[in-house]
Design a protein around this ligand. Structure first.
Ligand SMILES: Cc1cc2nc3c(=O)[nH]c(=O)nc-3n(C[C@H](O)[C@H](O)[C@H](O)COP(=O)(O)OP(=O)(O)OC[C@H]3O[C@@H](n4cnc5c(N)ncnc54)[C@H](O)[C@@H]3O)c2cc1C
Length: 441
């Protein structure tokens, strides 16, 4: 079932030539093309289905610094500022608001972890407040329960996943770039070992620079080019309830369930980290790379079925550039939600916040979250493939940092000083399994 989404128009004609071509109309590809277009770069964005129809409209909308891994924290902080700027720059509202994120807990060890993070975050100039029992009970009074404590991050916020990315995509066109929906990139053309064009289902665009921001499809695309990108997806289910209960916190995570107010006054409900693992050929290929990640997360994962195989995003098959590809057969990755989890999430939410009983389930959907083995995205040019930049593997937290990631890629392409140090995101780290620790979520 698709998530609510603002549909936008496409540009008229596919250009024959561009300074840069961005593949993938999710938050990462769209912000990349947006910053390139604003710098006067002739950029074309290709999206096989609709802009933001995959992960970038299916998420909770949290834009957070809270609990970020150190490697991503600066990008998260800068992204919050960029989220704010984009409304001013485009004159359109993404519904980004610094509403603050509230976490409540009964668990001493979890509170100690948050406290340690708070101390670390302070060194990076990020302010977050630990809540004692009284304050947690006050802020969490809608739960009607007693809490040992919590944390509140006042400068974090949420944006509206149903419209934020489409609004920015319109900003690409307003700045002189072009956006082509229902136009899959089938592959890359090389000349003397470097990128010289992108082959699409509607013709070829000559270009020296390509950004692959294809989310869950990135690894199978890289496989066509002989580049090994260890990537795995898990199927995460989420539901929306009808508008009401306006006094509930805008973004609240409890031990069993999290709620987020949507722009229409309803809420999305989800269980953090809970997902289904649908086996695919690609998962088997990279199983060893993901062992440390799965060892850490196995409690919240359960075995799914053949859904991932059926969707085709993790195929190992090589395709031909002059024939229909898996991306054209599946315009929008729209996996089946786990209905048992929908019921469980709603029950938990009603227990957590009694007022939730007055709100009925309006919709539910699922999304494949694409991850790297260390839970940190890959952003950078691939060694040995000049002109090919990979930006994928945002590991369940890419919506909030999409603006910073797009800005960084535009910096790399235009030779500007990078908005954040790109070293942590180097694609090569995953080739040697020398990536360091798996990110905490
Ligand atoms: C249920 C859920 C909850 C989440 N909650 C949050 C949250 O609260 N905060 C947060 O920060 N993150 C969250 N995330 C993660 C976040 O949504 C993703 O990390 C982020 O959207 C990834 O963006 P992307 O642009 O890399 O990929 P996507 O949004 O998946 O976009 C990739 C696009 O590329 C297109 N594409 C692929 N191959 C081709 C091709 N060959 N040619 C043309 N187009 C192609 C696809 O059609 C797709 O539209 C959540 C994710 C899910 C599923």
């Amino acid at each position: 079932m698709p998530a609510p989404l603002l549909h936008i128009e496409s540009s008229a004609d596919l250009p024959r030539e561009a300074d840069a071509v961005v593949i993938g109309g999710g938050v990462v590809g769209v912000f990349t093309a947006y910053y390139l277009a604003r710098r006067g770069v002739r950029v074309a964005l290709l999206e096989k289905g609709r802009v933001a129809a995959e992960q970038s409209s299916r998420n909770w909308g949290w834009c957070r610094q809270q609990n970020r891994d150190a490697r991503e924290l600066t990008m998260a902080t800068k992204s919050l500022q960029l989220w704010e700027n984009v409304a001013r720059e485009t004159g359109k509202d993404t519904n980004f608001r610094r509403c603050g994120l509230l976490y409540l807990s009964q668990d001493e060890s979890q509170l100690a972890t948050w406290e340690a993070w708070r101390d670390f975050a302070r060194t990076a100039g990020v302010t977050t407040f630990m809540l004692g029992a009284d304050e947690a009970n006050e802020r969490g009074k809608a739960t009607g329960r007693q809490w040992k404590g919590g944390v509140f991050s006042p400068t974090d916020g949420t944006a509206d996943p149903s419209r934020a990315v489409p609004v920015v995509a319109r900003g690409i066109m307003a700045a002189g770039g072009s956006v082509h929906q229902f136009c899959a990139a089938r592959g890359i053309e090389l000349s003397a070992g470097r990128v010289c064009g992108v082959v699409t289902e509607k013709g070829t665009i000559a270009t020296k620079t390509v950004v692959m921001a294809g989310g869950a499809w990135a690894s199978s695309f890289c496989n066509q080019l002989g580049f090994k990108f260890p990537q795995a997806t898990v199927r995460s289910t989420i539901l929306a309830v009808s508008p009401g209960a306006p006094e509930l916190p805008a973004a609240l995570a409890g031990p069993d369930v999290a709620i987020t107010r949507r722009a229409n006054g309803g809420y999305t409900l989800a269980i953090a980290g809970r997902a289904r693992l649908d086996p695919t050929p690609q998962q088997l290929r990279f199983a060893r790379d993901f062992l440390p990640m799965f060892a850490r997360r196995w409690r919240s994962l359960s075995l799914g079925g053949l859904e991932g195989w059926r969707q085709g995003h993790e195929t190992l098959r090589k395709w031909s550039l002059d024939d229909v590809t898996p991306m054209e057969r599946n315009r929008i990755l729209d996996p089946r939600p786990d209905m048992a989890q929908v019921r469980l999430t709603y029950e938990r939410a009603c227990k957590f916040l009694p007022e939730m009983r007055n709100l009925s389930i309006a919709n539910s959907w699922a999304g494949y979250i694409d991850s790297t083995p260390d839970g940190i995205p890959v952003i950078g040019e691939i060694e040995g493939l000049p002109g090919f930049i990979l930006a994928a593997g945002f590991s369940g937290h890419g919506f909030g940092i999409g603006p910073g990631a797009g800005h960084l890629i535009a910096d790399i392409i235009t030779g500007m000083p990078p908005i954040v140090d790109p070293a942590h995101f180097r694609p090569e780290r995953l080739q040697t399994a020398a990536w360091g620790k798996v990110a905490e979520f």
